[in-house]
Design a protein around this ligand. Structure first.
Ligand SMILES: C[S@@+](CC[C@H](N)C(=O)[O-])C[C@H]1O[C@@H](n2cnc3c(N)ncnc32)[C@H](O)[C@@H]1O
Length: 155
């Protein structure tokens, strides 16, 4: 059972790490609870997920792809399953930072190798990667990736 505090904890971590954030893409955001937690702290947020049932937040009811026009200055995924890899690829393509809390892999890989695989993917795409941890039980490791300073798009 995933920790129900994960939305608030991740929102706090994101805004500590990226305090100037104005708009977030919350990918595979499910009901939109991370969106609620982020908006309560200041930035605007657009959640992408295919679910019909969700909270009354800004919500794009579709899969997130690399072709999504980038109007965010941070792209994130909390237990985003099959979308986690896309978030990292999107970050590199559009030169915006990402933060993910990986859970299940998209290729049956166990958790630890999946974490390593995602970090290696980000590094191979030219991103600088850091790892943090949310103060909760369960899948709490956070991967943060940022474009090299000279390559980051100004907003
Ligand atoms: C384990 S749930 C997590 C939902 C939420 N982030 C949370 O922590 O409760 C994974 C979600 O990923 C969504 N998903 C998977 N691939 C996606 C994609 N390419 N674009 C958008 N959503 C996706 C599924 O619909 C599902 O709601």
């Amino acid at each position: 059972m995933a920790d129900k505090r994960r939305f608030e904890l991740f929102a706090d971590l994101l805004l500590q790490r990226f305090p100037a954030t104005r708009r977030v893409f919350d990918v595979a955001g499910g009901m939109g609870r991370l969106n609620e937690a982020l908006v309560a702290r200041g930035p605007s947020c657009l959640t992408f997920d295919r679910r019909h049932k969700h909270l009354p937040v800004e919500y794009a009811q579709r899969d997130f792809t690399l072709d999504e026009p980038c109007t965010a200055d941070l792209v994130v995924g909390l237990h985003a399953d099959g979308a986690t890899r896309v978030i990292i690829e999107y970050s590199a393509k559009h030169q915006v930072p990402f933060a993910v809390v990986p859970c299940c892999s998209d290729n049956s890989m166990p958790y630890k190798p999946w974490m390593r695989h995602l970090a290696d993917l980000a590094i191979s795409l030219g991103l600088t990667v850091h790892e943090l941890t949310l103060p909760m039980e369960g899948r709490a490791r956070v991967l943060v990736g940022e474009p090299a300073p000279g390559r980051r798009l100004s907003s």
